[in-house]
Design a protein around this ligand. Structure first.
Ligand code: ATP
Ligand code: MG
Length: 558
């Protein structure tokens, strides 16, 4: 991109664009997405993915996918596989093979040795508690460790011995020798390596010492030729350490760290640790529960990659932070599905309707558009027959004023079909309405009736040519705007008890016996619904997840 030819999408693109235009940056732009494989990706990660891959695209550069795997106890292959799938699904292709920080463990070890040789790192035997004491506070400088001036040769020997398993977990650490009086606590001789006897998903039992994130990250970036290392704001105070590491080793290149605000979304949480708790303690049905703000959960719910990318575009990238309204995410998916989702009819709470003047064994095929505004999407067939179902909520014996649906002796149009008038209400012993006897008007297919006006349009299905289905009506997972905003209360206390309501025995058009699995449907007048393949296979009949309602009805009592 030349700085003049295109408008930058965000401040980071402007920075890079300016640097290129002014000759301060030359060569390919290389970014990376560096997840830690300790959980599934969530909507916050989508922001980072869109940013990193987006910048690579804008500048004809590349973006790598690198697992930042320095905490073997918390990581697993399951997470690695899920993360790769999610990045692909969002529509991005990483450059070359997947990378792992653990690919660089040998090199990182060698750079640690280089620091020791230069007198810039030492092996320290302070306990964790002592180290905290020596660290000082924001107001007071720290004190030098008594091990700080250990001779280079001794440090080299001890570091080798750490690697060779001659010490216990936690017995020693390797620290950078920077400045215990620095106002930036991250520079007060930070730990570079610690001892951990743990099997690693990539390197097995090769290592019993693991490098810390702050040491691993700049080196991994440099090894991959990353030019711009984008991270969230909490790393701003770590930038001097990032730069220190690269300045003090013979780094293959000098990437530049740039920070941006993380995404917070109201009515949900974006912390893998907390999401894992929801999974582990059974509050949700796994990481891909459709109520989870994970990419896999949203995919299962019916969110499209396009809608997530649009959302990330809408929220932008800045340093200010703040919380984004869940309504924006819902807006993005509604906009996308309104244009692309095929239409269908689903009767959620079926009420039987018998057309008294329609012959019992007769049927008629009606042809409806798949999408009313897009003829290219083709047509679908629905069957008209003597027995139909409408939704219980579309009938009222004592309708309120301005009732736009069916009532005794009133007429409605059945969407795409005829107009009918309710003549009789049948009840069971308990007085519950179980059937309506109606008369249809044979002269009203596609034309208005003569001499009277129907009360509205309702959706319907034929009793014989429809399929039974279960509907998962999902709502927001939390009923508090900021579930983890209050330190006094546990965030699980604000889980919305109505976040999942299952409706059994709903009925869909027969064409949905084998539903599409690539896109949700718009069930007319109800919302957008996506076939849940896992649950459908289990139930032996289609199961649909509600992606989102047609309109924003949160908190309005629907
Ligand atoms: P979590 O707290 O959920 O574990 P994390 O930052 O530890 O998040 P990583 O796997 O280390 O998760 O993150 C990979 C990348 O995604 C990092 O560059 C990180 O900055 C970015 N990222 C994580 N969460 C968000 C968020 N909410 N908004 C924007 N970017 C994020
Ligand atoms: Mg992390």
């Amino acid at each position: 991109m030349s700085a003049e030819s295109k408008k930058a999408h965000n401040f980071i693109e402007s920075l890079i664009g300016d640097a290129i235009a002014e000759g301060r940056h030359s060569g390919q732009v290389v970014t990376r997405f560096p997840p830690e494989p300790n959980g599934y990706l969530h909507i916050g990660h989508a922001k980072s993915i869109c940013l990193n891959f987006g910048i690579a695209e804008t500048f004809d550069g590349v973006c790598t996918l690198r697992f930042d795997d320095t905490n073997p106890e918390k990581e697993s292959q399951e997470y690695i596989d899920a993360i790769k799938q999610d990045v692909h699904w969002l529509g991005y292709e990483w450059a070359g093979e997947v990378r792992y920080a653990s690919d660089y463990f040998d090199a990182i070890y060698d750079f640690a040795v280089e620091l020791i040789e230069k007198g810039k790192a030492y092996v320290c035997a302070l306990t964790a508690d002592q180290m905290a004491e020596y660290r000082g506070t924001l107001k007071e400088p720290g004190q030098n460790s008594p091990y700080r001036d250990r001779p280079v040769e001794e440090n080299l020997q001890m570091f080798r011995d750490m690697r060779d398993g001659k010490y216990q977990n936690g017995e020693l650490v390797l620290r950078a020798k920077i400045d215990m009086a620095s106002p930036n606590i991250n520079l007060r001789d930070p730990i570079l390596y610690r001892i951990r006897y743990a099997d690693h998903h990539q390197t097995g039992d090769k290592w019993c010492i693991y490098p810390m994130y702050d040491f691993t990250h700049p080196i991994s970036d440099a090894m991959e030729g990353i030019t711009h290392s984008l991270c969230t704001l909490e790393f701003e105070d770590h930038r001097p350490l990032y730069d220190w590491v690269l300045e003090n080793i013979t780094a293959p290149c000098q990437p530049r760290q740039i920070e941006f605000a993380r995404l917070n979304l109201n009515y949900t949480i974006t912390s893998k640790r907390k999401l894992r708790r929801l999974v582990d303690e059974g509050f949700v049905d796994g990481w891909n529960d459709p109520r989870m703000p994970t990419i896999s959960g949203m995919r299962r719910r019916g969110y499209t990659p396009e809608s997530l990318r649009t959302f990330c575009d809408m929220i932008g990238v800045n340093k200010a932070g703040g919380t984004v309204d869940m309504g924006m995410l819902e807006f993005a998916i509604r906009e996308d599905l309104n244009i692309r989702a095929p239409r269908a009819m689903c009767v959620m709470r079926p009420l039987k309707v018998t057309l008294t003047n329609y012959p019992e064994n007769q049927t008629e095929t009606l042809v409806l558009p798949v999408h009313p505004q897009n003829p290219d999407m083709g047509e679908r067939e629905v069957i008209w027959s003597q027995t139909l179902f409408i939704d219980r909520e579309d009938f009222s014996e004592e309708p309120p004023r301005k009732w736009k649906r069916l009532a005794p002796d009133q007429a409605v149009r059945l969407r795409g079909g005829y107009v009918m008038t309710c003549r009789e209400v049948i009840r069971d012993q308990n007085g519950e309405v179980v059937e309506l006897k109606c008369e249809y008007d044979a002269n009203t297919l596609g034309v208005n009736p003569e001499g009277y006006k129907p009360n509205g349009v309702v959706h319907w299905v034929s009793a014989t040519d429809s399929v039974e289905t279960d509907i998962n009506q999902y709502d927001r997972l939390f009923n508090q705007e900021s579930p983890d905003g209050d330190k006094e209360t546990d965030f699980v206390d604000s889980i919305n008890p109505d976040s999942l309501v299952v409706l059994h025995g709903a009925r869909v058009e027969k064409s949905l016996a084998n539903p599409r699995t690539d896109l949700p449907y718009q069930f007319e007048r109800e919302g957008y619904f996506f076939c849940d393949q896992e649950l459908t296979a289990k139930a032996g009949r289609p199961v649909f997840n509600r992606t989102v309602t047609l309109r924003d009805s949160w908190g309005k009592g629907k």
